[in-house]
Write a protein that binds this ligand. Structure first.
Ligand code: HEC
Length: 264
């Protein structure tokens, strides 16, 4: 079980224990000690939510981009509800239960009912949390350049030749034959054919971009599909085999690492 899942477990147990205490115990207390449990539950809910969101970030997507997505999911909604309700209860106890008279059993039942409802929703949503997080992680697009966006799901494609040095070696010839005209023999983006292009190729001598962990699939997607623009990056999926495209990418990564293309 992940830390996020443990936290959710603790949060739900706390709320359930508190609820039992409210229903069956003597509910005459108020003040700081009584607001401890719902207060803690609220804090744990927030921590757990941020951890879950954090787990779905990647080199191109910051936490601030993920949060709104996750908040809009069922999981985010129930977490926000649990957080809001717990906070409200904590404050209510802290203030010494205003509006509650010893005879206001109705109110107590109503609050308990609401908490129970949120608990059930939360239980359902924790099963949904990982799915929601995955959906967030694979939704939307990664913006690679002002004219180029890649479906986020492309990042899940693993590079089958990641640990095969022969791939980049094969890639050199493929690159020189198909890519260098635009991207340049040395990968600086100043190949002889760029005069006719509307979009200028980027330099491959950018390790931060081209060696970013987990991004091979996204770069591969660009080689497959191009940028869809006239006089931009062409699509290669009908002209090269899968292996040739990976080999070309592995050669591009050698250029990015400064291990190829220099002096050429
Ligand atoms: C006709 C010129 C041209 C050719 C030929 C060409 N490219 Fe490109 N390439 C571009 C342009 C232009 C861009 C910038 C696209 C954009 O930002 O819209 C680009 C962008 C890229 C990117 C950057 C995508 C990213 O992840 O940021 C990669 C990788 C790439 N090309 C690989 C290749 C490979 C591999 C080949 C050869 C199989 C190739 N290109 C052939 C013009 C070309």
């Amino acid at each position: 079980m992940s830390l996020a899942a443990w936290l959710r477990f603790a949060e739900l147990s706390l709320l359930a224990a508190w609820l039992g205490w409210q229903l069956y115990g003597r509910t005459t207390r108020s003040g700081t000690r009584s607001s401890l449990v719902p207060g803690l539950a609220a804090l744990i809910a927030a921590a757990q939510f941020i951890l879950q969101a954090q787990a779905t970030t990647d080199p191109y997507t910051s936490l601030t981009e993920v949060l709104p997505h996750l908040l809009r999911s069922f999981y985010g909604f129930t977490t926000a509800a649990a957080f809001g309700l717990s906070t409200a209860l904590a404050i209510w106890f802290q203030l010494g239960k205003p509006f509650a008279t010893p005879s206001s059993k109705g109110l107590a039942a109503l609050t308990s009912g609401a908490v129970m409802g949120v608990l059930i929703l939360c239980g359902a949503a924790s099963a949904d949390a990982v799915t929601a997080a995955t959906v967030v992680a694979s939704s939307g697009e990664l913006v690679m350049s002002p004219t180029l966006a890649v479906p986020r799901s492309a990042t899940t494609t693993p590079n089958p030749y990641a640990s095969d040095p022969a791939s980049a070696q094969r890639g050199q010839a493929i690159y020189q034959q198909n890519c260098a005209a635009c991207h340049g023999l040395n990968g600086d983006g100043n190949g002889p054919a760029i005069a006719g292009l509307r979009i200028k190729p980027p330099t491959f001598r950018n390790p931060q971009h081209f060696l970013a962990p987990g991004m091979d699939g996204a770069h591969f997607w660009v080689i497959q599909h191009g940028d869809g623009k006239t006089a931009g990056m062409p699509a290669w999926q009908d002209r090269l085999t899968e292996q040739q495209m990976w080999d070309a990418l592995d050669y591009v990564k050698q250029i990015a690492a400064g291990r190829a293309g220099s002096g050429a």
